[in-house]
Design a protein around this ligand. Sequence first.
Ligand code: FCB
Length: 477
Amino acid sequence: MLTRRELALAAAAAGLAGCAPAYTPATFPAVQSRQFPRDFIWGVATSAFQTEGALNVDGRGPSIWDVFPREKIADRSDAAVADDSYHRYREDVALLQGLAAKAYRFSIAWPRVVPAGAGAINQKGVDFYSRLVDAQLEKRITPYATLFHWDLPLALQQQHGGWANRDTARRFAEYANIVATRLGDRVKHFCILNEPSVHVFAGHVLGIHAPGLTDANLIGPVTHHLNLAQGLAIQALRAARSDLTIGTTLAITPSRPAHDGIAPLNEAAAKGFDAVWNGAFLDPLLKGLYPAQARGFIEPQLRAGDMEVIRQPVDFIGANYYAPAYLRFDLMSQAHIAPSDPPPNTARDAFNREIDPAGMWQILKRLREEYGNPSVLITENGCSDPFSDDPAIQDDRFRIDYLRRHLEAVKSAMEAGSRVAGYFHWTLIDNWEWAEGYRSKFGFVSQDRASSLRATKASYSWFKALAMTGRLNEAQA
Ligand code: FCB
């Protein structure tokens, strides 16, 4: 086999190297009007494991995240308390009301409702979500419930192999039916999955999320079974009730070739990544097939009739956007693809992720042009505070600037024809940010972890004015 250096030399000799185009940041047309439609849905998004705490309370079963090693979390923390939202959910809803939010995207913890993933139902878990939903409805906030935000019941992982096992899809549909029959009289909006591609790669290939596996051979089965689970769950919800609005949330990420290195090979890496990260979830749902580049390793899982189950009509596509991904050719990795840094001198957030509102515009353009212009909800967008306990961070002008620029991109795409029905900010209160623990803070509201005292940041008031008027203000000079 050629060494990396030999390959680079060979490519250079063939005239492939050094042809990276000069980097020009992507742009989008300036907005014509800063006024969003009157019925635009202004909301906020959270997830159960990141906010609820109360992991061993009222019969909740353990999830794969309960046993994820603390050594793998940046601050060695766990989510035992998180935002204590299991007990303080009324405070959360009061904060939503104070924000003039019209909708709240929260997730239901499967192990709270069905502790072992299948079998006995935990009535106290159902009761909790029932109270949470009623509290929202009392304040005229529309609940949007996500059914799977990564907290798989541990028993399904340990005894059945989790999403690598086709049966998990069937069990997920049973759980979806339980939710629809218990809560569907009041919850009318559902997101089936949250960012399945992150769960596939961070959880099963990179091992940085639960279940902490590092096996690229799992990409095919886990991807296909998540798609199948989604299709079966949509069928189960629709069978239980005919009055539901159903969509799913995907991490739709612009995949760009790394700026340095061998341009054509980086281009191929970006295309390959796009196929398994974006296409492997968008295409079967909206086109009824897997992208050509993903077929080799996904289709061995495919059984007759699967694609018909997966290709369910949906009422909206939930799009989460934070930043684009840069990919480079990597001879040493299994798939010859490796993540790379954004081009030099680009603006970054505290996560070192590029701040690029044009990426938001691009994903909306892509949904419009390649996927039949479905109705879209931006189900997550936001940025983290810098890693600091400086109280001055309450004056989070950088977040206001980030949101304003991303919302300009959303509005510009709408003016070009995208059917965007709403925008959910990630997130309400600083919470337990997976592998980053409590270091990373995405909230409109901070919380003092010792006293649990919550305090609104400047962005909270800014968003409230936006939610009330629908008018996106100009940047202050
Ligand atoms: C998304 C996740 C969400 C949160 C934000 C910051 O990828 O869906 O739970 O971690 O990133």
